[in-house]
Structure formats: C-alpha cells, structure tokens
Design a binder for this molecule. Structure first.
Ligand SMILES: [Zn+2]
Length: 423
C-alpha cells in the first residue's frame, strides 16, 4: 500500500473473524454448509451479532431473520448508509461468498468507531437472511422483505425435508406477523454498499486484486419445449425424422454462437438443464425441454439477442418439423451502480492502488439487486482463484480481501462525510 494508503482497518481481526465464522457448518478443510434458517445459520448470525456488539453497534434481528448493527450518526433523521451482504451459504459452499461483505463492512465501521469518527447519518451493517435461495428455491428473502418485494406464498414454500419457510423462520426467531412493521420506509436508506468475491474469472485474468462493479446484469430465464415425433431409431429413415433433440442441439449451439457474436461484449448465454422424452437409446426423441439463461449489462443488446434467438427457434423448428413453446420464467432488467458512488470508489482506489481498478459487471445477482429498487448502490469485487465459487475450493487471498475492505472503509468514510449533492 502507498504512504497515503496505510491501512486503517484491523487486518488481523478481519481474518480471525473470517476463520472463526468458517468453523460453523464447516465442510471438509475449506468449505462451509450454512443453509438459510438452519441451526448453523443461526449460530453464525449470533456470532456476528456478538462481534457487532463488541464493536459498539446497536443490534437487532428483524422479523425476516435479518441481522442489523447500527452506528448512530450526527443526525438520526438522515437517510441511512447501509453496507453488508449475507452469511448463509450453498450446501457445498465456500467461506468467503457473502461473508467478506458482512465482516468487511463490520470491520470498516468498527475501525471508524475506534478512530472516534462520527458519521453524518446513521450507518447500518446488514447480514441479510437467505440470499442463496437454495433451501426454499427462492433467494434474496431478507432483503426483499425489508424492501417490500416478497411475493404471495413465500412462507408456504417447503425445503427438501418438507419444512415450510414459515416454520423455519419461526424457529430462527423471525416473525411473519411482524413483516409489515419491519419494512423500511421509502427514503429510509440513502445508499447501499456491498463487498463481494467476484465469483468469476475476470479480475484474475486482468491481474487485478479488486474491481468496481458497473452493474448487475438482469437474467432472462426461458424454458423451451420442442416437440417432434417418436419413432424407432433403427427403422425411420433420416429424411423422415422429426427429432426434437437434434432441434434442441441446434438451438443450444446457436445460442452459444449468438452470445459470442460481439467480441468483448458482456453477453452470456447458457443452456444448463435439459430433459429428453422418452429418453431411450433406440427411440427418436419426441420432446425436449431445456432452459435458457441470457444475460447482458447492455439491455439493448440483450433484447437484440433475444429477438435473434426467437428467429433461430422458428428456423430450427421449421427445418426439423418441430413445434415449440417458450415460457418466460424471469425477465429482470440490469441494475446500474450509482455514478456518484463509483466516482468515490475510483478516487479512493487511486490513493490505495498502483493501478486504477477495472470496472466490471456482475453476472450473478446479489443482495444489492434488491436494494437497488430503493436506493443508490455500489459494489466492490475481490478477485477469487480460478473464478471458483459455490464450491469449497472458493478462495481469495488475505491481501486481496484486505484491499477490498480498505476500499469499502474509505468509501464509507467519504460517503458519511459528504452531503448528497443537490440536497
Ligand atoms: Zn453471495
């Protein structure tokens, strides 16, 4: 770090906490399994709550199962500065996903408090409940709760053991009756900051420890069903076939080419699940169902690719004598980080790093995605080894994490000093 960049945060304390939290729900040598609303999740939340209290924060666990720690500001009436992420994990997860965002924000605010710094506005550190969504098959629960975006029937969703979310939430200490009161009023949060591991290979390929996020690309999720006609694999001549799997294969290959068609573009297209009916080695496939995941930070380009995809489906269906249906499962818009926050991050990073950090988009969604509906947001990514995440092999170096936390700290200090421009 440079002279003006001597670290303000307590690095040793940061890493000790990351290690200690990784012991809860430990999986093998390096992994964790802390499923949302499980005993391990609760144990983790209570540990972080204790650390928040040691840091002098006022803590509470709300009706949605979110943990908050609050540092009062000079003016209690000003919109909050919020920072955080989640500490629940995938069943076969790593120790950094979400965790560095919560413990990094805690470290930042604890350092501020220890230096006697009093922010203009109150600061809240959040560990949101159930970001991952793997247990009840729908994520961002806690953050959607406080931002008023929960949907019908969410409490009736069941996990693999038949436990409803309502039951799990009650056992955790949450309170479905208290949802309305726990919602944040419009304008209550001024800005949200999230530090997260990249979960992709871009920073590593660029040789940079941290990056500033430009936005979260919204996914378009489709389910396509292509239907042909089954027949004996030994007797139906090739020109007479209506093979749904051959059609699906053409679409998959074409989607891949479509996503690659503009060099350097942030477009990504994936077919990740496919089912074949009747799925027998000597029957021509009659029906194939597959998923499409199409993302881009540039919405205009994404819509263009979508239009091209529809044309491909039509051509393939005609060529192979198939019919098809397309169901739209999710269609969310890209959400851009606030220019003002990126600017602060760039300025602070210039003091801290030799090279200005790159800007990159987030393909995965994060708690920030839900927060972006109610306030400005900014995100910092930390390089992770081989882009691996949602896997016990997930790894970021202590030095990279420190840089990310230091930049988060500096951004928080700046943002809690300066008044929002234009009032
Ligand atoms: Zn995460």
């Amino acid at each position: 770090m440079t002279a003006s960049g001597s670290p303000a945060i307590n690095r040793e304390r940061l890493h000790r906490r990351i290690d200690e939290l990784a012991q809860i729900g430990k999986l093998g040598d390096t992994g964790v399994c802390r499923l949302a609303l499980s005993q391990e999740d609760l144990q983790g939340v209570l540990l972080v709550k204790r650390w928040m209290e040691e840091a002098g924060l006022q803590t509470r666990i709300d009706a949605f199962g979110n943990l908050f720690g609050r540092l009062p500001g000079k003016d209690a009436g000003k919109p909050l500065l919020m920072a955080g992420s989640h500490i629940d994990s995938q069943p076969y997860g790593g120790r950094f996903d979400g965790v560095i965002g919560v413990l990094g924000a805690l470290e930042a605010v604890q350092s501020m408090a220890e230096q006697g710094f009093v922010p203009e506005m109150p600061i809240e550190i959040a560990a949101f409940c159930d970001e991952e969504g793997c247990r009840f098959n729908k994520g961002l629960f806690g953050v959607r709760g406080i931002t008023g975006k929960l949907e019908e029937g969410e409490l009736e969703r069941i996990d693999a053991a038949g436990v409803t979310r309502r039951e799990a939430l009650l056992a955790f200490g949450g309170d479905p009756e208290g949802f309305e009161a726990a919602r944040y009023q419009e304008g209550a949060v001024g800005a949200f900051l999230e530090l997260h591991i990249e979960q992709g290979p871009v920073l590593e390929a660029l040789g940079r420890p941290i990056g500033i996020v430009s936005g979260i690309s919204g996914p378009l999720w489709l389910t396509v069903e292509m239907t042909g006609f089954a027949g004996h694999a030994g007797s139906v001549p090739m020109p007479m076939r209506r093979d749904a799997l051959v059609g699906a294969a053409s679409v998959i290959t074409a989607l891949n080419a479509l996503a690659r068609s503009e060099p350097g573009a942030s477009t990504v297209g994936t077919v990740g699940a496919l089912t074949v009916f009747p799925n027998s080695r000597n029957i021509i496939p009659e029906k194939v169902t597959f998923t499409i995941d199409l993302r881009d930070i540039d919405m205009e380009r994404r819509r263009e690719r979508e239009t091209q995809l529809w044309r491909i489906l039509e051509e393939v269906a005609q060529e192979h004598g198939l019919t098809y249906t397309v169901r739209e499962d999710t269609n969310s818009e890209a959400r851009y980080c606030a220019e003002r926050i990126k600017q602060v991050m760039h300025e602070e990073a210039a003091q801290l790093l030799e090279h200005t950090p790159p800007e990159l988009m987030s393909g995965p969604f994060h708690d920030s995605l839900a927060m972006s509906n109610v306030c400005e947001y900014g995100m910092i990514f930390v390089r992770c080894k081989d882009g691996i995440s949602h896997n016990p092999l997930e790894y970021s170096t202590p030095e990279d994490i420190e840089l990310g936390v230091e930049l988060l700290y500096r951004t928080m200090v700046r943002m809690s000093k300066v008044e929002r421009e234009g009032g």
